[in-house]
Design a protein around this ligand. Structure first.
Ligand code: GTP
Ligand code: ZN
Length: 204
């Protein structure tokens, strides 16, 4: 296990999420995170003894504009709805493009439009298939006093890495499968190449 450095809360403010029913959350920022990026935590009030946690990787195109190429936007909306109902924590990690950044992700989209799948496209750009490291997620949860969680994800690497960084995951809760004709190839690649827990009917 990698040792976690001293991380502290930098600022905490209340924010009302008008796009999500006006739900009020506590937004935290941090000092001393391993990668020095501006990751954010949103805490939703709620009764759950073991908090529900969503570790969401930034997707500029999907989260902000609702791009149909991926399922990030619907997953974020589903997560916020579930957190608003049950309480818990949303970590919004600045890991655009599975860690390769926005411009590289758009370069990868160009390759995907020529028939390459999402993971192979990263490799053709000279990058890793998935460059994300979840140490910062563990650091943030520890700083917020959250040690045992129920994790909302379909990604086995997220589960394995977080456990490796000392987070106790008592339950892995899958998100719904937000399948459309536009994102079917992307979801199929996630299921087949990265073993995401996504059941996709053939022929979609
Ligand atoms: N490089 C690259 N990144 C992508 C692509 N499509 C989405 N992303 C990024 O992938 C990240 C989301 O990863 P996903 O694999 O969709 O989901 P996940 O976080 O691994 O798994 P879940 O927890 O189940 O949502 C975000 O950072 C997106 O910006 C793509 O085609 N290429
Ligand atoms: Zn996306």
């Amino acid at each position: 296990m990698t040792a976690l450095g001293a991380v502290t809360v930098r600022s905490q403010v209340e924010v009302a999420l008008d796009r999500f029913g006006g739900h009020v959350v506590e937004l935290s920022t941090f000092t001393g995170l391993a990668d020095q990026r501006e990751h954010v935590a949103l805490r939703f009030a709620g009764p759950s003894e073991v908090p529900l946690v969503r570790v969401h990787s930034e997707c500029f195109t999907g989260d902000i504009f609702g791009s149909a190429r991926c399922d990030c936007g619907p997953q974020l909306e589903e997560s916020i709805a579930r957190l608003a109902e049950h309480g818990g924590v949303l970590l919004y990690l600045r890991q655009e493009g599975r860690g390769i950044g926005l411009y590289n992700k758009i370069d990868a989209y160009v390759l995907q439009d020529r028939g390459t799948d999402t993971f192979e496209a990263n490799r053709l750009l000279g990058r890793g298939e998935d460059e994300r490291d979840y140490q910062v997620a563990a650091e943030i949860l520890t700083t917020l006093g959250v040690r045992r969680i129920r994790l909302l994800t379909n990604n086995p690497d997220k589960v394995g890495q977080l456990r490796g960084f000392g987070v106790e995951i008592v339950e892995v809760i899958p998100t719904r499968v937000h399948l459309t004709p536009d994102n079917a190839a992307y979801l199929r690649a996630k299921a087949e190449a990265a073993h995401h827990a996504l059941t996709i009917a053939p022929g979609v």
